[in-house]
Design a protein. Sequence first.
Length: 203
Amino acid sequence: MLRRGCSFLVRSCERGVAVGARSFSADAPAVAAVDSTFVEAWKKIIPNLDPPKTLLSYMRPRPPTPSSIPSKLTVNLALPYSSVISSKEVDMVIIPATTGQMGVLPGHVATIAELKPGILSVHEGNDLTKYFVSGGFAFIHSNSHTDIVTIEAIPIDRIDSALVQKGLAEFTQKLNSASTDLEKAEAQIGVDVHSALNSALTS
């Protein structure tokens, strides 16, 4: 009984987040709304407890999609502990998606892209800033806003190539001597990240 109740609440919460019953989109709604179906279903099961807030309750409303494509792309780059770029208007970003390098310009179609370790390039006029990102996700919205979330984002000019080479050698040795699946997985991640760092520095 408890398992069925939990499953129902999970499904209800998912419906509560997917407000509007639209097809897939990376956009948050212009105005956050409350899913009355979810609230009614919750009250039938747990009438003495207020329903939980969905993720939309904590999100700032996004500006509506403009009628014409703007000249600039608004970018946010966030880490778990800080914000690297906040609402900055740029010409283009190039992200290291798992499917390959992806250029994002104003007016890009709404997309969610998984990132792999690699170079994130931010183009602003004649200025080019490059970060090495360890992975993460890019949320590209149809209103020419792009949110990029990652664990680490390091400016390329702050990376020590000697330490990268040392780390690559150490993780390669660990991979060759690993005896368990966990050790192999951890070592492989280290090899992949340091290989991507090495490639970024030599390209």
